[in-house]
Design a binder for this molecule. Structure first.
Ligand SMILES: Cc1ncc(COP(=O)(O)O)c(C=O)c1O
Ligand SMILES: N[C@@H](CCCC[NH3+])C(=O)O
Length: 440
């Protein structure tokens, strides 16, 4: 078992996060429950920011809010001086509700609606990351309507294969995202955008994928963009003020994962871009990045109660918990692996190997296969580590299971930042049937 950030085992043999006893939080708020180690999030944020500062590079670190978005989370991001990447009207609305400075918001997405774009323009957000030709046309219309020039980055697909799960790689040539670097799409987009008063083109964006464990892909993506920068300058008399290399920095879910510190990625990216800048003779652009998982992933822990068990003789023992793919779809979607321990019996000896089943009506709702664990009893608590990214944000109401609450813990204090959904919430949008069975 390995613990992250401020997590430790306290004198009661319980898991403690941010100085707060996780078992006590479970009894106060019920299970399942997500707990975030706020100090760890701050630490990660500062590490990205400070490295850029030390290297003397103008930068923006934008939290990719799809990893975990909530009003309190966005306020924490604002406190730490990061920018914010949103991908939908809903994330944008949450940011506004949190009072997040709109000029530090960047808007992504491969199919933003006209309404979403209008909302973003009216809010005067920092930039829209333009993904495709349809979006260029929508933005022209809206810019004219609002009588403004929209700050944009062009999302470029660099043709770089990130070594990660197929569903979370995005920079390869065959991708739904962005303008292809290889086949003239970027030039067509630039021609269009640079000749229009609707846009203030800040530069280029690319994102090669997620849960990546080396800097090579980022360096390669920068190289692919900069190979063309000279040509673009000649053709369009255009130099980027910003180069955004996206997110995707990997974290340690299990002992097999070997993540690199934020400093390493940032140093490699900055070194590579400085080299290209010197070679091409352009002004040093600002460097932007968009970490999501690496800011919040290992700061989150989910606490479940143990329930039923089933022994399949000579094959395996299933132990079920009171959540599952409704609060963590990653094992089912990406075969993602997690570590876990009994939160109320942390240092007890492991007696057996069990497989942790969720409570959803799906055979594929398995959270962890073959987990070494002490013999668990109903009402013991299972802590699944590293659920801070794409856990709550991808949670759902399958089987009409209410979403769990979220608690922030820091310096021995806790605060509830998202309430547990209720059964009333589940039916709040439902309307009764109008029609009646025809009478014969
Ligand atoms: C455009 C973009 N930026 C940033 C991210 C954040 O990625 P991660 O959470 O892996 O850092 C994503 C998600 O993969 C993304 O699609
Ligand atoms: N949701 C994914 C990552 C994709 C992020 C969005 N581009 C995960 O849980 O790993």
């Amino acid at each position: 078992m390995f613990l992250h950030g401020t997590s430790k085992v306290n004198e009661r043999n319980h898991l403690e996060i941010g100085g707060v006893d996780a078992a006590e939080l479970a009894s106060k708020y019920g299970t399942p429950l997500y707990i975030y180690d706020v100090a760890l999030i701050r630490d990660r944020a500062r590490s990205f920011k400070n490295t850029f500062e030390k290297l003397g590079v103008k930068a923006q670190v934008a939290y990719a809010s799809k990893a975990f978005s909530s009003v309190a989370m966005f306020q924490l991001v604002e406190e730490e001086g990061l920018s914010l990447d949103v991908v939908s009207g809903g994330e944008l609305y949450t940011a506004v509700t949190a009072g997040f400075p709109t000029e530090r918001i960047h808007f992504h997405g491969n199919n933003k609606s006209k309404e979403e774009l209008e909302m973003a323009i009216k809010l005067k957000i920092g930039c829209i990351v333009v993904d495709n030709f349809h979006e260029i046309e929508l933005l022209k219309e809206l810019a004219a309507q609002e009588n403004t020039a929209v700050p944009i980055l062009l999302r470029v697909t660099p043709g770089v294969e990130a070594h990660t799960h197929d569903y979370i790689t995005t920079g390869q040539e065959d991708s739904k995202f962005g303008f292809d670097l290889q086949n003239g799409q970027v030039e067509r987009a630039m021609e269009n955008v640079l000749s229009s008063s609707a846009f203030n083109m800040l530069g280029y964006h690319c994102h090669i994928g997620s849960q990546i464990f080396d800097a090579t892909g980022f360096v390669l993506a920068a190289e692919k963009i900069f190979t063309k920068v000279g040509y673009w300058r000649e053709t369009f008399q255009y130099e980027p003020k910003v180069v955004n290399l996206g997110g995707g920095f990997g974290i340690r879910y299990t002992e097999e994962d070997e993540p690199l510190p934020a400093t390493y990625y940032v140093e490699k990216i900055v070194k590579s871009i400085k080299g290209h800048v010197a070679e091409s003779g352009i002004q040093m652009p600002e460097i932007w990045i968009e970490p999501g998982r690496s800011l919040v992933g290992d700061a989150g822990t989910t606490i479940y109660s143990i329930g039923s068990e089933k022994e399949v003789p000579n094959i395996r023992k299933y132990v079920s918990v009171d959540g599952g793919m409704s609060d963590n779809i990653r094992p089912a979607l990406y075969q993602a692996k997690y570590e876990a321990a009994l939160a109320n019996r942390m240092n007890d000896k492991n007696d057996e190997s069990v497989s942790i089943a969720g409570k959803c009506c799906e055979s594929g709702d398995m959270l962890i296969w073959d987990l070494p664990l002490p013999k668990a009893n109903p009402e013991d608590l299972l802590a699944v580590f590293c659920t801070g990214a794409y856990g709550y944000s991808m949670s759902n109401n399958y089987n009409r299971i209410p979403r769990p609450p979220v608690v922030f813990a820091e310096n021995g204090e806790e605060q509830l930042v998202i309430k547990r959904e209720t059964y009333q919430d589940l039916v709040a949008l439902d309307l009764p049937l109008k029609s009646k069975v025809p009478q014969s």
